[in-house]
Design a protein around this ligand. Structure first.
Ligand SMILES: C[S@@+](CC[C@H](N)C(=O)[O-])C[C@H]1O[C@@H](n2cnc3c(N)ncnc32)[C@H](O)[C@@H]1O
Length: 220
């Protein structure tokens, strides 16, 4: 496997977002091994930081199959809203009075030269997953971190992982002192299903492989 190209490393480091560099490199590494087998899908685009690591893997793999879909309504999670811990006032559409991360995302991906590899899907995760039918080689869950959203992302998207596909979950904190529970609960749910085995841990990132079922089969 190749290393992440220097130009994209710079863009990834410079991008606005919540992805620590070591975890981003793990995304690149696992996406590099997956993306030749089918599309990678990310839930939770924000401004495109993690999408650069994933898109870099697609660019290196080359070919029309090598693509990353990234799903977000671009209105921000609860913690991104005004008055909350992760609010960024520069991301507010003043006229609408709503968060809008889409313009920064588009600019970030264009500057990185990844518009052919990273495809934005704008909408609620549950709306898009309800209509999704394409087998995925890798699923990265980093969307809403409330219990209902994290669980819905797993229920809606994990069934589309192909056999041996990778389920990657961000912000998994076994110690509640380090962060919220929902991503950890989803991680435990996937392991308890018996259909996933853990293959890697980097920071708060957990990488599981689908060992039971195939794309289109429900997950428990
Ligand atoms: C933690 S941020 C993603 C960070 C990004 N992966 C990065 O590395 O910078 C979570 C994103 O999920 C989106 N989101 C939250 N709930 C969602 C939902 N139900 N459907 C679609 N997107 C959602 C928010 O708009 C926000 O941009």
């Amino acid at each position: 496997m190749t290393n992440m190209p220097a130009d994209l490393l710079e863009h990834a480091r410079a991008a606005k977002g919540f992805m620590p560099h070591d975890e981003g490199l793990a995304l690149f590494r696992h996406a590099s091994a997956s993306v030749g087998l089918g599309p990678v899908l990310e839930v939770g685009t924000y401004c495109g930081k993690s999408a650069i690591y994933l898109g870099a893997a697609a660019r290196e793999a080359g070919g029309p199959q090598a693509v990353v879909f990234t799903v977000d309504h671009h209105r921000g999670s609860e913690e991104n809203q005004a008055g909350w811990e992760h609010h960024d006032a520069t991301l507010v559409d003043v006229e609408l009075g709503l968060m809008d991360t889409m313009p920064v995302f588009r600019r970030t991906i264009a500057l990185a030269g990844l518009e052919d590899q990273v495809v934005a899907v704008v909408g609620r995760s549950t709306t898009v997953s309800a209509h999704w039918r394409t087998p995925l080689s890798m699923l990265f869950i980093d969307g809403g971190h409330a219990e209902v959203h994290a669980q819905n992302d797993y229920t809606g998207w994990a069934p589309w992982l192909m056999s041996d596909g990778l389920l990657v979950i961000h912000d998994v904190f076994p110690d509640p002192a380090n962060g919220g529970r929902p991503p950890y609960d989803v991680y435990l749910r996937a392991l308890a299903s018996g259909d996933f085995e853990e293959v890697d841990v980097v920071g708060s990132l957990r990488v599981l492989r689908r060992t039971g079922g195939d794309a289109g089969d429900a997950v428990s």
